[in-house]
Design a protein around this ligand. Structure first.
Ligand code: ZN
Length: 307
């Protein structure tokens, strides 16, 4: 079965969404929409234009903004006749947030009505289906249908910090992180820098030899330089996915992580034991030898204080 999907235990971040967007773009560009519907309760965060406006439109491309895939639909003659005056002018865009358990996939067959994981279904004229699915009990993934030319004005898009990859200029990164907040939550804040989440923040900080609990505003010149240089791990991950992932995205993306969730293993660089600090819903991993001056920060009370 021809199946494109994203699956990882962690929320898809910039490299995972980038490879998803690239593969979906190749698979979907030019396909015509037969119908679109949203079986997921509350998944659509917009009501005008309605999803029915996609009928008859052609998919003109799939791209990524931050951690969000965006699917663009150009109008065709048939859809223009059907469209309301407000949305006939140009393209529509489906902005999607996968949250932690969402997957965007192209399937050869249409979803069964019993598939409770289905959130948004875009049925294509050639029989395939673009499907937003979500696993687990919580429904967190969402989508917004917007005119393409106002995607940049969407509140979530407009407030994004600079994209983490390709890296912003050093000065832009320095300005963004100049805050009295620990690097671990700071770099995951999409308004500070876009695309980094709980997996890749550990990799970036390890690459930069910086403590997750150092404050952004405390970074000196050489540290800022290392943080900036370390963003290459995101580009490396995209290249890795390009090499190992074919036309069909596997169920679980083979994330090339070297420290995240690897507590107890030797640091790939210095051999010290990788440590972890556990929070309620996530963990951070680091090399104490190279990132925290030999200090092991395991204590949960300490970790709460540092959150
Ligand atoms: Zn190390």
């Amino acid at each position: 079965m021809n199946c494109f999907q994203v699956y990882s235990l962690a929320m898809p971040e910039l490299p995972e969404v980038e490879i998803t967007a690239r593969r979906l773009d190749s698979a979907l560009r030019g396909a015509v929409v037969e119908s679109a519907l949203a079986p997921g309760m509350n998944v659509m965060k917009t009501f005008e234009p309605p999803l029915e406006e996609l009928t008859g439109r052609r998919i003109s491309g799939v791209r990524r903004v931050g951690k969000m895939p965006v699917i663009h639909f150009t109008s065709t003659n048939s859809s223009e006749r059907r469209s309301s005056p407000r949305s006939t002018s140009g393209e529509l865009a489906l902005l999607i947030h996968l949250m932690s358990a969402g997957r965007l996939q192209v399937l050869e067959k249409r979803a069964s009505a019993k598939d409770r994981a289905s959130r948004v279904l875009v049925r294509l004229g050639d029989g395939r289906e673009l499907r937003l699915r979500e696993f687990g009990t919580k429904q967190r993934a969402w989508a917004r249908l917007l005119a393409s030319d106002v995607v940049a004005e969407d509140e979530l898009v407009a407030t994004l910090g600079p994209e983490a990859w390709p890296p912003p200029p050093l000065e832009a990164l320095a300005a963004a992180v100049d805050q009295p907040r620990h690097l671990h939550p700071l770099l995951r804040d999409q308004r500070v820098i876009a695309g980094i989440g709980r997996s890749w923040v550990d990799e970036i900080l390890w690459e930069a030899r910086l403590s997750p609990f150092k404050q952004g505003g405390e970074l000196v010149g050489a540290e800022l330089q290392r943080l900036h240089s370390a963003l290459h791990v995101l580009g490396d991950a995209i290249e890795h996915y390009e090499r190992v992932i074919g036309d069909q995205l596997p169920d679980k993306l083979p994330m090339p992580l070297r420290v995240h969730r690897r507590e107890g293993e030797p640091c790939p660089r210095c051999g010290a034991t990788i440590e972890a600090v556990f929070f309620a819903e996530h963990q951070t991993n680091y090399c104490p030898e190279e990132q925290t001056g030999g200090r092991v920060l395991k204590d949960r009370r300490l970790s709460r204080l540092l959150k």
